[in-house]
Write a protein that binds this ligand. Sequence first.
Ligand code: ADP
Length: 833
Amino acid sequence: RCPRTHGHLMERGRLRRLAGLAVGARRLATRAAISPAVRLPGALQRSHFSHSLGGTRRLRQFANSNVAAPPITRDVRNGSAVFLSAGGVVPGSLRGFHGGWMLRSDGDGMGEGDPEGGVAPGEDKGGEELFGDGDNVAAVFEGDQETGSQLVSRDNDWMPAEVIVIPVFRRPIFPGIATPIALTNPDFCEAILKLKSSTGSYPLVGIFMTKQPTREEGTPITSTEDLHQIGCLGQVVYIHGVQQLGVQLLVAGAGRILITGTVRTDPFLTVSIQKCKDKPFDPTDKMIKAWVLQIISTMKSVVKLEHSFKEQLQTALTQVDVNNPSLLADITASMTTADRDSLQNVLNTLDVQDRLSQALRLLTIELDQAELQKSIHKQMEDSVSKMQRKHFLTEQLKIIKKELGLEKDDKEELIQALTAKLAELNAPPAAEKVITEQLKKMSMLEPSSPEFNITRTYLDWLVSIPWGVSTDENFDVKKAAKVLDKDHYGMKDVKDRILEFIAVGKLKKSVQGRIICFVGPPGVGKTSIGQSVASSLNRKFYRFSVGGMTDVAEIKGHRRTYVGAMPGKAVQALKSVGCNNPVIMLDEIDKVGKGYQGDPASAMLEMLDPAQNAEFLDHYLDVPIDLSHVLFICTANSLDTIPGPLKDRMEVIQVSGYTAEDKLHIAKTHLWPAARAEAGIKGSQVSISQDALRQLISKYCREPGVRNLQKQVAKLLRKAAYLIATGEKDKLSIGMSNLTTYSGPPVFPTDRIYERTPPGVVMGLAWSSMGGTSLYIEAAVVAESEGGKGSMRSTGQMGDVMKESSEISLSVAKRVLRDLAGKEGGGGGGFPG
Ligand code: ADP
């Protein structure tokens, strides 16, 4: 690093000594290839050149070439970099030294100097190399009025008469700024390269911005009409690349030029130009100074906000010559991200004060944008950091809580929750003991172990049993009678029994569990009355079917050692209803199966028997539970198949089938309104005549229950709903005349085959647990000549009872005939055979 001041550098001897360092730095820079990370004060650079170019002659040559090394700063926003003029900062004494170029690169990579203290002969390739590989650099330079060198100075009146045009599309190039330009057209590249070889090292070109921001691919700009008339004379200070692949130029803006005419358009547009001079102004003018100061202060504000701008602007602030407001305006404008037209306007402006004001406007926009950007950035940062902070704090809180023992891990939390639940429970001592033991066991188990989960599930069951929880019962007999009557017509026996039950409970002030069994054919309302009983007693209702049940475990639960073990139905029922006095209905108790896994009937007895079930022991739960408050209601179609011990303990209530008259009532008061509501039909929309209902009962559903009748009614109403929904009918009434339209032809056409039964035919009655029916029994005498054999043959599917009956009737008939024959023929008559 060479932290020398420029003043010092004036001492010749020292200058030389420093040259070694400079070369070292340059070498490093060359090795780094791109934007050499070297920071050299301009004067140092000069000394380096003097050394590396080998003597005074070359030094002069270089000095004459006015190549000063401006500081490089990278403008990350528009992809270019800016070399700022050294003019403003180079100490006066140095300026005397031809006031030439300074090349200074930006960065921190300056080494401690060349260990060899110099540069190897032939290694240096002259000033050009200082641009490294020309990576995005631009230069601001200050001209030399006396030399008339190839490099054109801003203030130099020397101008070429004509220049080849390099059109730019995005933004114009400003005097004093060096900008990289990429050329892709190989012919054009060649032209520029040729220009370089023919004119010497630094060819001059005219850089003009096109009027249109884009152009069609492959169409070259051939007319000055397409270009803004004021552009910038550019000096190609560096060329890099291969002609075929395109080249990169570093073009230093040398001064404003105006197109005065077209010289030729082929092969490339070449124009005649004229220098545009700034309007004369007084640099000491107060207004101008004020503008300059304002620009500088705005720049300072931008620097504070816009970090990407920072180095560039900071350098500008230190380097810019406040005495050259024209240059300041150009630099300021070129550093902004303003649109192409605004920039071109600045370029077009020859009045310096006006230009300053425009530049300030653009810079102020930049400031606004930077402020906006900063506020957005801050908002984002705030929201992100808020989240991070929250996360961080919660993590911290967790750790602190753990340290203080305030927060436990999941297992402990679970144990705590279960312990809290246990405290709320009114569990009997036996259950409480088991729960406490299990909790202790769980606290010692690893949460990941299978045993832990088994224990956890077991505990869940244990604490979810409604130990000692019961619902308030209804002891109001009248109210209960009302509820029962509302839901069901008839069923007097059932209703009476339930009301008696309530009455006893009222007097005793407590009710003990009972087993009631409704026996009757299907569809007579056994199940549905069970529900009504529950609601009349104000108890919860739970129902399950035991038909076909063969496994004892379904009643008594599995042992916990089984995988997927579950408690039995009784425990499940209690958990589900959440109280210990529900009505539990066991459907189809007459159809309990008998399997190889024990006898469910005996398990059921254990569950149902009021004498035993106060201490019902479920295999899974393994703690006795009290089922004595449960009202068990069983349903069965037949008493015969109910296991004896179970039957003994039940209060059997026969629910017989309904007569046609009963059915009519039920249909009218219950089935029809319920089905109508189900179909979404209003009472005013559909009606049915009593006769039609009777017909429906006698000709369509003859079973003892009303389930079929219910289906028929629902069918009628479904059809009615269709007609109403499709708009075919508004309302309809169903009568005898149109019944078949809705319900189809009768299933049982008629009752009677004979109006009067002929001899040998009697009306009989068949009955089973599923109901009964009338039937004709016919007897016919067959003569021996017709195949009769003196015996009786019976046809049809007859059971033993029927067979026996027919045998009896035969012997009765024989006796009657014999007696008749005896009376008529003195005992000689015989059986007709
Ligand atoms: P079961 O259990 O005897 O086979 P359900 O209880 O399932 O019969 O009854 C079948 C349908 O008949 C139920 O919708 C029920 O409401 C109705 N039902 C049966 N008997 C009556 C009745 N006496 N009054 C009103 N509806 C009844």
